[in-house]
Design a binder for this molecule. Structure first.
Ligand code: NAI
Ligand code: MG
Length: 486
């Protein structure tokens, strides 16, 4: 791994300079439990310095950023997408080792990250305000302005993709950024940040303060000089950061995960549906905010579908990311212990493990593996039907008809995504309208990442939208200018 670490992972990026922090943190490889790298453990002082640099860059007192036109930002973002592609191999290796995800998925994540820079690069000079008809002696217009300093706190499950969707959109709109990546996985983010500086991003436009949530993260969320906060992670931490931001009336976007259902009706194309159902829960070992973690299946095909899925789950293999099997390890020992505790409680409540995957024989013993599994015979309203497990565990429920399917789909406090598998067009749209969630997929699930597709939750899944044009708009605010010309 050391051959990959040709960049300064033990430092924070502040005002265009990499600064050595006094404290550092050990990062481990989830597949082996062994040390992988040391990263900076930023403290309040570093967070303060990063916010200050971002403010100076935004106001034009540091570097060129504030003087760049929308077209210049667009050109830089498009060029940076090419830089990411040119370093694809190294970035994918870092992502794979750091998160433990299978190499094919790590590669896909780096490609998606480059696509975010390309999408928002293309959009940077195409987002604008309006003119509004008003009294005859007035001209009224709206400007779509950047907020200023955007704080972005991101998780460990998709470091490079979430870097892409947050940083590319924030910069495209003309903001400056202070990014707090996750302590559990941030090496690809540090490398891309270094590449950004090397390839001409002006100082202070992007600042990065790696470190712990309750230190660097909490200091950033509570900082009086930030203008916007975007957070992706757990509902509990989302509440903390939103409370901290509220002290200074800072607007927040919260993306907090889900318990997303896949509804499979008797008239569905089962081959397509069941392949997507399995992919939707084992991707990144189920550590995906939009994981399709609940299967709702219609009674008349339930036995057949469960048999079919049992075969598929029993055939799944877990291995290191490098081995590129179906499933990698969970991110750390804590996440594994939390999931195993929930699984034993579920078994004690009579829930059946109908099928389970296997570890390949060569897997190192220190890895944080939890085998992919299918749970059936679940009592109504059980915790495993309502809480995010964040692992490769699919829970199955049976419904009679459309009305019951809808009621079950909406029977959690989350609402991020849903998949509907049926050939009946009327039912597709009735359910799509009735389901409480930010995204609905009909006869597909996930739409291959969906850089272009607005994404976000309702209820406990959070609020605000990332991705697509909507994500870009959310990094701007409207100013109304009313001119009385007489
Ligand atoms: P977390 O929400 O605590 O961590 C996410 C980010 O927030 C990290 O960068 C972390 O350093 C930061 N953070 C933590 N505490 C903070 C605080 N007090 N102030 C500011 N920032 C803080 O998530 P964690 O503990 O890693 O995972 C716990 C659960 O959260 C998972 O089991 C899963 O259910 C959920 N989760 C959801 C994600 C999603 O994609 N929506 C991503 C990661 C976790
Ligand atoms: Mg936490």
């Amino acid at each position: 791994m050391s051959h990959l670490m040709t960049f300064p992972p033990q430092q924070a990026l502040i005002g265009g300079e990499w600064i050595k922090t006094t404290a550092t943190l050990q990062v481990e490889a989830p597949a082996t439990g062994e040390p992988l790298a040391r990263i900076a453990r930023s403290q309040v002082e570093e967070v303060n310095a990063a916010v200050k640099a971002a403010r100076l860059a935004f106001s034009g007192q540091l570097g060129e950023w504030a003087h760049w036109s929308a077209r210049k930002r667009s050109e830089w973002l498009l060029r940076f997408a090419d830089v990411i592609e040119a370093h694809h191999e190294q970035l994918a290796q870092l992502e794979c080792a750091d998160t433990g995800k299978p190499m094919t998925q790590a590669k896909g994540d780096i490609s998606a990250c480059a696509r975010y820079f390309r999408f928002y690069g293309g959009a940077a000079d195409k987002i604008h305000g309006e003119t509004i008809p008003f009294e005859t002696d007035f001209a009224v217009m709206t400007l779509r302005e950047p907020y200023g300093v955007c704080a972005q706190i991101i998780p460990w499950n998709y470091p490079s993709q979430i870097f892409g969707r947050c940083v590319a959109a924030g910069l495209a709109a003309g903001n400056t950024i202070v990014l707090k990546p996750a302590e559990d996985a941030c090496l690809s983010v540090l490398r891309m940040s270094e590449l950004a500086v090397q390839h001409g991003l002006p100082p202070g436009a992007l600042n990065v303060v790696p470190g712990l949530g309750f230190e660097a993260g909490a200091a950033l969320a509570a900082h009086p000089q930030i203008d916007h906060l975007s957070f992706t992670g757990s509902p509990e931490t989302g509440t903390h950061v939103a409370q901290a931001a509220a002290q200074h009336h800072v607007p927040v976007t919260l993306e907090l995960g889900g318990k997303s259902p896949q509804l499979v009706f008797a008239d569905a194309d089962l081959e397509e549906a069941l392949s997507a159902v399995v992919r939707g829960i084992i991707q990144n070992a189920g550590q995906t905010c939009s994981a399709g973690s609940r299967l709702l299946v219609q009674r008349e095909i339930a036995d057949n579908v469960i048999d079919n899925l049992c075969k598929r789950f029993n055939a799944l293999r877990c291995d290191t990311g490098e081995a590129d099997a179906d499933c990698g390890p969970l991110i750390n020992a804590r996440q594994k212990a939390k999931l195993e505790e929930r699984l034993s409680a579920a078994k004690a409540d009579g829930i059946r493990v109908a099928a389970i995957g296997k570890l390949t024989s060569s897997v190192p013993s220190g890895g944080h593996f939890v085998l992919p599994q299918l749970l059936t015979d679940i009592p109504d309203g059980h915790e495993v039907l309502r809480e995010e497990l964040f692992g490769p565990v699919l829970v199955v429920q049976v419904f009679e008809d459309e009305a019951e399917a809808l009621a079950l789909a909406n029977a959690t406090d989350f609402g991020l995504c849903a998949g509907i598998w049926t050939r009946d067009g009327g039912r597709q749209l009735r359910l799509a309208k009735g389901i409480r969630s930010g995204q609905v997929f009909i006869n597909n699930y996930g739409a291959a990442g969906g850089v272009e597709l607005p994404f976000g939750g309702v209820g406990r899944s959070g609020h605000g939208r990332e991705k697509g044009f909507e994500g870009l708009r959310s990094y701007t605010r409207i100013k109304t200018i009313a001119i009385k010309h007489g």
